[in-house]
Write a new protein. Structure first.
Length: 363
């Protein structure tokens, strides 16, 4: 099967859009109060580091699932492939659950939560079957609106900012700050392995750095959003508000002419979640194609998408139970080995294999 070729710019945009999902709804690690922006900064540094390790491991643009079998042996590689497919499915179902419930509570109170996520899944199925090139072309247009919403969030509320809300800068509980950073990483930035499906599509040599740069840019944007939220609402607002970033947008305006700019966050997240769904479905379908030795991934995209639409509605009872699960110790214990330890191991094994080839070649 011939793969679509995408430019480094498209890889950068897709990685950026993929990771910015739900950035205007939940503020993870909000229990850290005014230090939540430090949690985002530390999580962003960790995500950028892991992304660069994966870029080095995928430098030769091998198929990710074949790489797993090469590095870990065929049986273990297939097992890891299946585990990652299940993880990716649960991750995207969780993202859609957050998205659906947020939009119902804030913008579409009379619309059942199943409607909008299902429409996005159906569009994602069509785009996934069309290929990465189609998704990348949509991203080239979407990024303009997403960036405009970020500018509205950042610039229109300068007069509301209070730098004193950040003081003091030294936390009393460094371990709590570290745990908050890991919570941000696992829930917002940790799905970096799913972006490995982009590497075989890169059309230019030495272009693998585009994806880590996209991750670094996303980390910077998320840190700025959290920083502005803290300086606008203060620690009390961060701790008491379920959707503090949405609240910050709700007090934005242009005189008495343009109001209710918070609706832009719902539109932006609707557009961004499309890329998260499309790329996650592409990853899962290709993982199952490789695991089951299917000739093409497209045949299983539709049943995967329909199953995803159902699971999204029954996975969690409400936002409270969802958030409790997301920031629990159990979630960290399950996610961190897949999100951090596995990429580090992939990098170390790939380096060792290249050194062995170099040594044998020199002999």
């Amino acid at each position: 099967m011939k793969l679509d070729a995408i430019s480094p710019r498209s890889a950068f945009l897709l990685s950026f859009l993929f990771l910015t999902g739900n950035c205007y709804s939940l503020l993870f690690a909000s229990g850290c109060g005014r230090f939540v922006w430090l949690c985002y900064l530390i999580a962003g540094l960790l995500a950028t580091f892991v992304a660069f390790l994966l870029a080095r491991a995928m430098h030769h643009k091998h198929d990710f699932f074949e790489t797993l079998e090469t590095l870990f042996s065929r049986p273990l590689g297939k097992l890891i492939t299946l585990i990652l497919a299940l993880y990716a499915f649960l991750s995207i179902a969780t993202s859609l659950s957050i998205f659906g419930r947020f939009n119902q509570l804030t913008a579409l109170s009379q619309t059942p939560t199943v409607i909008l996520p299902t429409l996005i899944i159906l569009i994602g199925i069509r785009s996934c079957r069309a290929g990465i090139g189609t998704i990348a072309r949509v991203g080239s247009f979407t990024i303009l609106f997403v960036f405009a919403v970020f500018l509205v969030f950042s610039l229109l509320g300068i007069n509301f900012l209070s730098p004193d809300a950040l003081l003091p800068l030294i936390p009393n509980e460094p371990l709590g700050l570290l745990r908050g950073a890991l919570s941000v990483f696992t829930n917002q930035l940790g799905d970096l392995l799913l972006l490995t499906v982009l590497y075989p599509h890169l059309s230019e040599k030495k272009s693998s750095r585009a994806i880590p740069l996209g991750v670094a840019s996303t980390s910077l944007v998320l840190t700025v959003i959290s920083l502005i939220t803290v300086m606008t609402l203060g620690e009390r607002g961060i701790l008491s508000d379920s959707y503090p970033v949405f609240t910050v947008l709700s007090i934005r305006g242009v005189g008495n002419f343009i109001q209710h700019l918070e609706i832009l966050s719902s539109v932006s997240m609707t557009l961004v979640i499309f890329f998260r769904v499309s790329l996650a479905l592409y990853f899962i379908a290709n993982a199952l194609r490789h695991f089951l030795a299917l000739p093409d991934y497209r045949a299983i995209v539709f049943p995967l998408g329909i199953f995803l639409a159902g699971i999204t509605q029954v996975l969690y009872r409400d936002m409270l139970s969802l958030r409790t699960r997301l920031e629990s110790d159990f979630s960290l214990a399950v996610a961190l080995p897949l999100q951090v330890l596995l990429p580090v191991l992939i990098y170390l094994l790939s380096v060792a294999k290249r050194k062995n080839k170099h040594t044998l070649g020199s002999k």
